[in-house]
Design a protein around this ligand. Sequence first.
Ligand code: FAD
Ligand code: NAP
Ligand code: SF4
Length: 691
Amino acid sequence: MISSTNTAISIDMKHPNYPLLFDPIQVGKLILPNRIIMGSMHTGLEESKGGMAALARFYAERAAGGAALIVTGGIAPNREGALGPGGARMQRKRHAREHRLITEAVHNEGGRICMQILHGGRYSYHPFNVAPSAKKAPINRFKPRQLTDYGVRRTIRSFVHAAELAKSAGYDGVEIMGSEGYLINQFLVEETNTREDRWGGTFKKRMLFPVEIVRRIREACGPDFLIMYRLSMLDLVPKGSSWEEVVTLAKAVESAGADVLNTGIGWHEARIPTIATMVPRGHFSFVTKKLKGHVGIPLVATNRFNNPETCEMALKDGVSDLISMARPFLADPEIVVKSELNRAHEINTCIGCNQACLDHIFKRKVATCLVNPRASHEGKWPLDAKASTSLRVAVVGSGPAGLSASIEAARLGHDVQLFDEGREIGGQFNLAKKIPGKEEFYETLRYFENMLEKFNVKTHLNHPVIASEIGAHFDAIILASGVRPRGFHIPGLENQAEIVGYTDVLSAKVEVGRRVAIIGAGGIGFDVADFLSHQSEGHFSQTWGIDEELKSRGGLLDSVSGESPREIHLFQRSEGKVGGGLGKTTGWIHRKTLKDRGVETHSGVEYQSWSDGTLHFIEGGEEKSLEVDHVVVCAGQESRQELLAELNGLNVQVQVIGGAKDARGLDAQRAIREGLEAAYALSAWSVNPVS
Ligand code: FAD
Ligand code: NAP
Ligand code: SF4
C-alpha cells in the first residue's frame, strides 16, 4: 500500500526502474494507472466466425497484463468505410450487442477499452468505397466515388452513431482514426480533397469534417465518454499537411471536445518505413514532442516503442504524456505487468518483423506473432497448464524451434535438457541478428536465455549429440537440429577459395572482396546483400528523407542513401521481380534499400561455369560473364536429419520440428510455433484448479 505521508518514496520503491511509466494520469474523466496504451491493431478475428469471443479473450488477457487503456482494431461506421468486403462495422444495435462480450471481458479484468472508428475512404478495398474526391489511391485498385454534400453529412452522422453504439456496448470511449491516410486524412490534404464546396478549399474548410465529427460525438455521448483523436502529425507523402496545419487541427479538435491526442505517422502509401524493425526505437517521438505546449490535453507518442526503457526515456524527455504500443502486446500480453514488477528481462520483445501480424492481415489470415504464437489463439496453449506426467525430455538443437520447445516443455513441468553443438544458443538467429537493422533479434535470444534459466532447463553447449548417448536417458526426444545451407555446384567452382557460404560471411570467417555475386535472392540473399552493401550507420531520417525540422509539407526531404563499399550482383534463376517473395509489408523496404545502394539484380538466370575469377551465366537468352572476387551462396537450405534414423530405432518418443522437419518454406514463425506444439504434444496436460 502507498502511504499518504510517503507517496513519492513508496512509488519509487515499487517501480525503481520506471517511475514515470507507472505514475497515474487522468485522461478525460478516466484515471489511468500507468502511461501505457495498447494501440489499435486489426487482428482479423473481427471478421472471423466466433471472433467476438476470441477477441474478448485476446483483449482481456492484455487488460490483465496491465495495459492502462486498450484501443480496438478499426471498426467502420458504415459499409462504405469498411476496409474490405464484410469488414467489421458498428452500425446496428446487434453490432453493439456483439461487442458487449469484449467490453465486459476487459472490465472484468479491471481494464478500460475504447473502440476505434475507422473509415477507410479511398483505401477501402471494395468497389463501394468513397472519398472527398474521386481520386484512386496508389495502393488500391478500386477508384472511390466522390461523396456528395449529403454523403459527407451522412458520413459524419455514421461516425456519431457508431460512437453512440460503442457507448451502449460498454466502451469507455472511442478513438477517431484521423491518420495513416484514411478518409479523414483524405479530407485534410489538398491532393486528395479537390472539392469546392464547404468541405474543401482552404484548410479551415478541409478540416471541418474531422472537427464536426469530434464536436458532434461529444455532444451525443456526453462529457464522461473518452474521445481520443489520432492525429496525422507527419503524413510522409508529397503535398501532405504542413506542420502549421497539424497544429491548427490539433487545437480545433481539442476545442471540439477531444480528451487526448494520439500520434499518427505516415500514410499507408508513404514510401518510408514507419514501424518496421529497421526504424530506430521511438524514432518518431520528435514529432509528438514538437506538438507539446500547443494543446492542453494529453499527448500519446507511438511507433517503434517496444520496451519499458524506451518509453520511460521518452516520458523523461517530455515527448508525451502517454505511450502507445500495439505489436508489443501481441508479442507479450504481460509487457506492462512485467515492467511494473521488475521482470522486464522476461519480456518477449516485439522484433518489428511484421511477419505474423501485418503480413498475415494482408494475406487475409488472422494476425498472430512470430515470437508468440499464442497471440490470437488465447486459451489454446494455456500458460498455467501442467503435464499429467513429467517426462525426461531431450531437445537437440537450440535454434528458435528447440528453444521454444524447451521452455514450453519445462513450463509444463517436464524435466528438460537442451543440447547444441554450437557455443551459444540461437541457431540461425545468431546470423540473423548480425544483419544491419535486425538487431532486435538479440532480444528474442535474451528472452529465451532468461526463460531457460527460469524454468531450469539444463543447457549443454559445444555438445554435438549422437543418438546412442541420449537414447537411454530420456522418455522423449525433440529433434530441432535445423538446417544446413544448400551447396552450389557449377563446373570450375568446386573447392575454389572464391566460393563462400553465407554462414562464413556473416560470422566474419572470410573477408569478402569488393566485387561480389550473391547466388540466391531469398530472404537470406537480401540480408547478405544488405550486410555487404552497408557502409556505416547513416541517420535514419537522412537515409529515408524525413524532415525533422518539419518545415516541408508532409515532412519529406530528398533522401541521402549511403553508397555501397562493394559492387554487388544478386542472382536468381526464376523469372520475375527479384525479392518478389519477401514479406508484403517489408519487402519493398529491402528492395528499395538495395536499389538505392546500387546493388544490381538479375532474374531468370542460368548459371553456367566459373573460370579465372569469372562467373559465366545466361540472362535473357544472352551469354554473360562477370568478374568477381567472391561468389556468396545463399541458395536455400536442407534439413539436418542425420540423427533421425537412429533415434527412430530407439524406444523413445521422437518429434521432429522446425528446419529439421522441413526446410521448405521455413521461417522463424513456423519454427517457434512447432516448438510450442511439440511441447504440448509430449503428454496429456490440464489446467490445474488452484488448490
Ligand atoms: P536452426 O536455427 O538451424 O537451429 C538448429 C540448431 O541445431 C543449431 O544451433 C545447430 O547447431 C543445432 N544442431 C544441429 N545438429 C545438432 C546435433 N547433432 N547436436 C547438437 N546440436 C545440433 N527467419 C525469419 O522468420 N525472419 C527473418 O527475418 C529471418 N532472417 C534470417 C536472416 C539470416 C541471415 C538467417 C541465416 C536466417 C534468417 N531467418 C529468418 C531464418 C530463421 O533463422 C530460421 O528459420 C530458424 O532459425 C530455423 O530454426 P530451427 O530451430 O529450425 O533451426
Ligand atoms: P529462400 O527464400 O528459399 O531462397 C533461396 C534462394 O536460393 C532463392 O532465391 C532461390 O531462387 C535460390 N535457389 C534455390 N535453390 C537453388 C539452387 N539449387 N541453386 C541456386 N539457387 C538456388 O531461402 P533463404 O533465403 O535461404 O531463406 C530461408 C528462410 O529464412 C526463408 O524461408 C525466409 O522466409 C527466412 N528469412 C526471412 C527473412 C525476412 O526478412 N522475412 C530474411 C531472411 C530469411 P531460384 O530458385 O529462383 O534461383
Ligand atoms: Fe512484432 Fe513480429 Fe510479432 Fe508482429 S510478428 S508482433 S512485428 S514480433
